[in-house]
Design a protein around this ligand. Structure first.
Ligand SMILES: Nc1ncnc2c1ncn2[C@@H]1O[C@H](COP(=O)(O)OP(=O)(O)OP(=O)(O)O)[C@@H](O)[C@H]1O
Length: 237
C-alpha cells in the first residue's frame, strides 16, 4: 500500500512562491495517520493534490489500489431541506447499510436523524458529514479538521473508533491538536513552514509511549511534536 508524492511542485495561480517544491513523500502502512503543521503550511493543499482536486505543475501523486482517495473537510454542507436520515439513506451503498446504523449509534447521531441538516449544530453537521464519507468505498480517506466543533470526549470516542474499525484502510487526519494526533495516530507527518516551498515532511512514529512502557505526560507528548515541527521549519526556512 502506497500513497505517495514524487517531485511534487504546486503553486497557486498568481502566488509568489510554490506551496510544494519537488516534494517526495510516501505513506506505506494503513491505519490512522495525521498531517500536522502550522496554519498556512500547505496541509489542505496537499490533501487536495492527493485527492486530485488540484493538479500539480510538476511531479505526481500515486494512490494505493482498492478505491478512490476521498477528501472530507469541515466546510462541506449537505442539502438543508433533507432530513439527516433521508440524506444518509440516499448516499449509502447497499453493502454499507449495517455500517451506517453502527456509525449513527456510535457517534451519537440517533437523536438528530429526523432533523433537517440545516437545523443541526456545527458539531452535529460535521459528524453527519464524516459518516457520509465512511460508508463509501475508499482506499484513502482524508479528514481535514472534520471534528471541528465536536466536544473532546466525542472526538476521542470517534478517533478510537476509526482506529479500531478501519485498521486496513488509510485514514489521513488533519488537525491542529498536537496531543490528539500524537495520542491517536499511528504516524504524525509534520509539514514544516517553508517560504520557498515544502520539499519534505518529517514522520514521527507512535508518540504515546516515547519512554517505552509508561504513557508519557500530555505536556511531554505535545513538546515532542512541536520540537520536531519547529526544527523542520527552521531547516526549511
Ligand atoms: N485558493 C488559493 N489561492 C491562492 N493561495 C492559496 C489558496 N488556498 C491556499 N492558498 C495559500 O496556500 C498556502 C497553503 O494553504 P493551505 O490551506 O494548504 O494551508 P493549511 O496548512 O491547510 O492551513 P490551515 O491549517 O490554516 O487550514 C497558504 O499560504 C495559503 O494562503
Amino acid at each position: 500500500m502506497h500513497l505517495a508524492c514524487r517531485g511534487l511542485t504546486f503553486r497557486y495561480p498568481g502566488a509568489d512562491a510554490p506551496v510544494f517544491r519537488g516534494l517526495d513523500w510516501a505513506l506505506d502502512v494503513p491505519g490512522l495517520h495525521a498531517l500536522f503543521g502550522f496554519s498556512g503550511c500547505g496541509k489542505s493543499t496537499l490533501a487536495r493534490l492527493l485527492a486530485r482536486e488540484l493538479a500539480p505543475q510538476a511531479g505526481e501523486c500515486t494512490a494505493p489500489p482498492g478505491g478512490p482517495v476521498l477528501y472530507a473537510h469541515n466546510a462541506e454542507r449537505l442539502p438543508g431541506w433533507q432530513t439527516v436520515a433521508a440524506h444518509l439513506d440516499s448516499v449509502t451503498p447497499a453493502p454499507s447499510r449495517r455500517l451506517l446504523d453502527d456509525l449513527v449509534a456510535a457517534y451519537d447521531l440517533a437523536p438528530v436523524t429526523g432533523h433537517r441538516f440545516g437545523a443541526l449544530s456545527m458539531g452535529q453537521k460535521n459528524r453527519v458529514n464524516l459518516v457520509r464519507y465512511l460508508v463509501q468505498p475508499f482506499a484513502v480517506l482524508i479528514l481535514d479538521e472534520i471534528l471541528a466543533n465536536v466536544d473532546e470526549p466525542m472526538r476521542e470516542r470517534i478517533l478510537g473508533d476509526l482506529k479500531r474499525r478501519f485498521p486496513d484502510r488509510l485514514l489521513l487526519y488533519i488537525s491542529h491538536n498536537a496531543l490528539e494526533v500524537a495520542r491517536y495516530c499511528r504516524r504524525v507527518h509534520v509539514v514544516p513552514h517553508a517560504r520557498g516551498g515544502v520539499r519534505r515532511l518529517r514522520s514521527l512514529d507512535a508518540l504515546d509511549r516515547p519512554g517505552g512502557g509508561e504513557p508519557a505526560p500530555d505536556a511531554a507528548v505535545q513538546r515532542v511534536v512541536y520540537d520536531v515541527l519547529r526544527a523542520a521549519s527552521r531547516e526549511a526556512a
